[in-house]
Write a protein that binds this ligand. Structure first.
Ligand SMILES: [Zn+2]
Length: 367
């Protein structure tokens, strides 16, 4: 007998348990054991996600003695026979008379008969004739085992059924889609980690996003674009310095995620924001405090005249001795590119432009 099944991954342990239980019994009776093999793992697409599945193979000899194997049992009903079989049976067994026994030939009222096979020869044998037919004293134990074998195979087939509902471990969803919901949740309620949620009683971002997703809240194209940007940033800049960051990068590059990974994925936008903030620091720092008068030694890197309603404004981009960027919108052309000078000025604004910290100054005077 060889049968293949497609089961949700989470049902595997149940199948393995059924096989183990059957094999322990087979061992005791001196019957052949069966093997369970995983042929492949895959994701069956469903909507925006899917179900993690395994294709498995059950392989082995069916129970039997003296060269005869139990291949089926017939349950006699009014309209015909229910075939409980380990292999495709000859069609005649669909309507075979329950009163028949190929061994004794006596017509008896029988609820169940067995189908046994030796090579290509089939026999329908009544329960009471099994012992005579096989010449095996303990045949009823083997017959009972054969019944269990049939039941087990039926139970394994039931394991193909996907367990209903959302939140099963075999259920996977598109990383992009979940992330888009997480971004939505952060916009709506602010970022909240699972840890913070436990302390404060607020809802964690991962759970809020999960709810939105199971409610099938509508996603806009902008949500998806924002999620893709987060994924791209992590794939390009994720460094795996910590285990958490390693996991983040791995998940960003995975098409599907499981519900137990929602927490990681929901934290992605927050991680990206803090990484970007760090990279600003690595691209210079702000000087002084807004409103403060500072004296700073600069070199002029760029001069750009900008036309406005009030005439021409001169944009000067400069850097101080440690490489921090200083910006000045001057009303007159005062400085030249490449010039080194010391300016006394008031800090007008601390801004960020293309990941670079800029200190915007005003009322600057060349010292
Ligand atoms: Zn008989």
């Amino acid at each position: 007998m060889e049968k293949t099944y497609q089961i949700p991954e989470e049902n595997y342990s149940r199948v393995a348990g059924l096989v183990d239980k059957l094999n322990r019994r087979a061992d005791k009776l001196g019957q052949p054991v069966i093997s369970l093999t995983v042929i492949r793992k895959y994701v069956e697409a469903v909507g925006d996600g899917g179900i993690k599945k395994l294709e498995i193979k059950i392989n082995g000899e069916t129970p039997g003695v003296s060269g005869w194997q139990f291949v089926g049992a017939l349950q006699h009903e009014q309209a015909g026979n229910i075939l409980r079989a380990l292999e495709e049976l000859p069609e005649g067994y669909r309507t075979a008379s329950p009163e028949n026994c190929d061994h004794c030939g006596y017509i008896r009222n029988r609820a169940n008969t067995y189908v046994l096979r030796s090579e290509n020869e089939y026999k329908q044998v009544g329960s009471t004739c099994l012992k005579d037919f096989t010449g095996y004293a303990d045949i009823h134990e083997v017959a009972s085992y054969a019944e269990s074998f049939l039941t087990t195979v039926e139970q394994i087939a039931e394991c193909e059924d996907e367990l209903a509902g959302f939140g099963h471990s075999s259920r996977v969803v598109s990383t992009l889609v979940f992330l888009a919901y997480a971004i939505r949740a952060i916009e709506k309620y602010g970022w909240c980690s699972r840890g913070k949620a436990a302390e404060s009683g607020r809802e964690a971002t991962a759970d809020a996003a999960g709810k939105m997703m199971s409610d099938r809240a509508e996603l806009t194209e902008a949500d998806r674009v924002a999620a893709q940007a987060v994924i791209d940033y992590i794939s390009q800049n994720g460094h795996g310095k910590t285990d958490y960051e390693w996991n983040l990068r791995l998940l960003a590059e995975q098409e599907f995620i499981s519900p137990n990974q929602f927490g990681f994925v929901a934290s992605m936008p927050n991680w990206v924001a803090s990484e970007k903030a760090k990279s600003i620091i690595s691209n210079g720092q702000h000087i002084g405090a807004v409103g403060e008068k500072i004296t700073v030694k600069v070199i002029v890197n760029e001069h750009k005249p900008i036309a406005s309603d009030y005439g021409i404004t001169h944009l000067y981009k400069m850097s101080d001795e440690t490489g921090n960027t200083v910006v000045w919108f001057a009303s007159n052309e005062i400085l030249k590119v490449g010039q080194s000078t010391t300016l006394k000025a008031t800090v007008k604004q601390h801004s960020v432009y293309q990941n670079v910290a800029q200190t915007v100054i005003t009322r600057a005077k060349v010292q």
